[in-house]
Design a protein around this ligand. Structure first.
Ligand code: ADP
Ligand code: MG
Length: 612
């Protein structure tokens, strides 16, 4: 491209036979930069659509073929470009959006680096047609591998039409790391949703392989959320309550879900100044506002929009720009917490847990209204400490998340529970399964009811912990290493957890600044997706912030065990049940998992008698 350095500009020759340092040609430098900015079709979609928004478009069409592999086209009716700008736009660091460093602190546009188009044209065939409203004719430009192939005048509508074809045609390694079309299409839609949900005034259309999969007219925010997540038969936004607060520092608006609707379709979105962001600390504020109202492992829906002086944030920290640093995070934490608590209170969103609406729930259901027996009250052991194997923890008050579990347990249908001293003798000949979820059996103490998933978690947890302690986990090398891409937060956590993950059998090597390559997995993991498994571990550790380092091992073990354990709802044969119960008895005499969840309960002979 035009930007390459001409050696004749220099008085002395740039290189001689003995020199070994030389400047990379632009095409190569751009390809390297593209590795950061354009990781997959969805990153390309994001960059192109953001450019259209920055150009003031009111209708943006996205057209993809083969999930963006063969074609990813973005057509807008924005302000278009002059012939010179169209050519300039593909140079690295060419941008119309900032011109000096101080502009970085006043950002109101999505783009500012001037890297995206240069990166895209380094790794794809790009064709652009663009025209400004005042120009008679437009410009058509074809570029491949950073090489301008043609430039001509054309008749075309006002706006910009960008066709990116054969993405990564010249980077086989990148192409190989793309997932199935189904997964890449899902990634495209995820990225698309992150944009449409914060630009409701803009019309968007998404066409995949000639099928319109989304057509969104300009609307209010609430209508946009409904249009994205609602179904004709079921309203989505009726489960949301408004959030609105304004202080000198920040304005926060949007919606959060009622606590009882944290099911499968629960969605989490946070935006700042029109930009999607992930923010673990603000997520925590939100979870704190809901404490005591949610089922274990459930997250409420939220759509939160932050407006803040651009000077108070720094978006310049990650190439894909979803992690955002705020100058005053603690104050915002408090403002957010108060705003959400107020919304939940104002709309009288009492913590009414309706267990019956959730079909996939890993939780006992409430007794039906026909149950007229006065239930005996549960006795929670206040001394119970999920991390009792770690003496350091016994003197500190239980972490928030532990309290959460304890509170929830107290809402359960109540059965007298005594922590067992002697392991009871179970009659293995009369095991049976209830609701494909619980294993029931007579025992010397009464009737035992065992949560099958948690029982298995308990067994596996012990195995993983033993392997961790002995540093002898069975590991299985991967024939084709899997790449795990990480946000800044996730990367930090991963790097802290590396010793634990390696001890448990993961092989991990740094692949790029924001990606690791997974070369081996714990044998126990079987066919499970390795990257997913690691992400779950990372998020578990993040969600239980404040966990001391000595507890990470426990967390890693527990998270992996949870992922590998048989699910609730699985039909078990009699030998399977017997095997599980036997192994549970060998593994632990406790009725709880280390996170406080109940594994089994006993209905004593006495209790049974009382009920008659
Ligand atoms: P950035 O968005 O960071 O400025 P890009 O490489 O994405 O960098 O784009 C380079 C420049 O090309 C932009 O600054 C803008 O001037 C111009 N441009 C890109 N896409 C469009 C578009 N759809 N409409 C008008 N101008 C565009
Ligand atoms: Mg851009």
């Amino acid at each position: 491209m035009g930007g390459t350095i001409d050696p004749t500009d220099f008085c002395i020759p740039l290189s001689s036979m003995s020199d070994i340092i030389h400047l990379l040609p632009d095409s190569v430098a751009n390809q390297i930069a593209a590795g950061e900015v354009i990781q997959r079709p969805s990153s390309c979609l994001k960059e192109l659509v953001e450019n259209s928004l920055d150009a003031g478009a009111s209708h943006i069409r996205v057209i993809v073929r083969d999930a963006g592999r063969t074609l990813l086209q973005v057509v807008d009716d924005g302000k278009g470009m002059s012939p010179t700008d169209a050519r300039m736009a593909f140079e690295r660091h060419a941008t119309s959006k900032i011109s000096q460093a101080s502009d970085l602190f006043q950002l109101r546009t999505m783009g500012f680096r001037g890297e995206a188009l240069a990166s895209i044209c380094a790794v794809a065939h790009v064709e652009i047609q663009t025209r400004r409203a005042d120009d008679e004719v437009g410009t058509r430009l074809e570029i491949a591998g950073s090489e301008v192939l043609s430039q001509e005048m054309v008749q075309c509508p006002v706006g910009t039409n960008m066709r990116v074809k054969n993405l990564f045609y010249n980077v086989p390694a990148r192409r190989k790391f793309l997932k199935t079309n189904q997964t890449e299409l899902r990634n495209l839609i995820t990225e698309y949703n992150r944009i449409v949900l914060v630009n409701p005034q803009v019309q968007f259309t998404f066409v995949s392989d000639d099928e319109i999969i989304s057509d969104l007219t300009p609307s209010t925010l609430k209508q946009r959320i409904e249009a994205v997540f609602g179904h004709s038969s079921k309203s989505y936004t009726s489960h949301l309550v408004d959030v609105a607060t304004e202080t000198e520092l920040i304005r926060i608006s949007g919606f959060v879900g009622k606590p009882e609707t944290t099911g499968k379709n629960s969605q989490q979105y946070m935006f700042v100044n029109g930009r999607y962001m992930r923010h673990a600390y603000f997520h925590k504020a939100l979870m704190t506002a809901y404490s005591g109202m949610l089922l274990p492992d459930h997250t409420p829906s939220y759509f939160l929009y932050f407006d803040i002086d651009p000077e108070a944030i720094d978006v310049n920290i990650h190439p894909t720009k979803t992690e955002i640093k705020f100058a005053d995070e603690q104050a915002i934490f408090q403002i957010l917490l108060a705003a959400i608590k107020e919304s939940l209170g104002k709309f009288n969103v009492a913590p009414s847990l309706d267990f019956t609406t959730e079909s996939h729930m890993d939780f006992p259901s409430r007794p039906t209204s026909t149950t007229t027996i006065a239930a005996p009250s549960i006795q929670i052991d206040p001394q119970y400490n999920p991390f009792k194997s770690h003496p350091a923890h016994t003197t500190t008050p239980p972490a928030e998340w532990e309290q959460l579990y304890t509170q929830k347990e107290s809402k359960l249908p109540t059965i007298t529970e005594d922590l067992f001293q002697e392991p009871e003798t179970i009659e293995y000949t009369s095991l049976f399964q209830l609701d494909n979820r619980y294993i029931l059996a007579p025992t010397t103490a009464g009737l035992i009811m065992i949560h099958q998933h948690r029982a298995h978690v308990c067994v596996l947890h012990k195995i993983v912990l033993e392997q961790l302690n002995n540093q002898q986990a069975a590991t299985q090398p991967l024939l084709f290493p899997e790449i795990i891409e990480l946000s800044q937060d996730d990367l930090t956590t991963l790097e802290q957890l590396l010793p634990e993950l390696q001890n448990v059998g993961f092989g991990l090597e740094q692949f790029s600044p924001f990606a690791y390559s997974i070369t081996a997995v714990p044998a126990l993991l079987g066919q499970k997706n390795a990257a997913d498994a690691i992400l779950q571990v990372i998020h578990r550790v993040q969600d239980t912030e404040g966990t001391a380092q000595h507890q990470w091992q426990e967390m890693v073990a527990l998270s992996l065990a949870e992922q590998m354990a048989i699910p609730q709802g699985k039909v078990l044969s009699e030998p399977e049940m017997r095997d599980l119960v036997e192994r549970l008895q060998q593994a632990s005499s406790s009725r709880h998992l280390p996170n406080g969840q109940t594994i089994s309960i006993i209905l004593s002979h006495e209790d049974i008698q009382k009920r008659f």
